[in-house]
Design a binder for this molecule. Structure first.
Ligand SMILES: [Zn+2]
Length: 95
């Protein structure tokens, strides 16, 4: 996730923010927001909670893939595997 993307996300939600590339020159009353490099700062402290919620949502991983059951042997296979570790069958196509 690029910081510029997060910034666009917040600004489109009406939360003004700045990307800072230097750790010097912080302004009193501004909130260091995303603890990474570069930093994303919201301009109004009242926006912090809302901004954090938006970013948490943006950073949330896609819904977890589900395990599948091998059509060949009935083994339960973890979603990261494209074929059965037991009999090498492929999952059945989605109905
Ligand atoms: Zn199998």
């Amino acid at each position: 996730m690029e910081i510029a993307h997060l910034r666009n996300l917040l600004e489109s939600a009406g939360i003004p923010c700045d990307v800072r590339n230097d750790r010097l020159g912080g302004v009193v009353g501004e909130i260091p927001f995303v603890e990474c490099w570069p930093e994303l700062w919201v301009r109004r402290s009242g926006d912090v909670l809302r901004a954090r919620g938006l970013i948490d949502e943006a950073l949330r991983p896609a819904p977890e893939a589900v395990a599948w059951v091998c059509p060949g042997c009935g083994e339960r296979i973890e979603p990261q595997f494209a074929q059965c570790w037991h009999c090498a069958a492929a999952p059945e196509p989605e109905p």
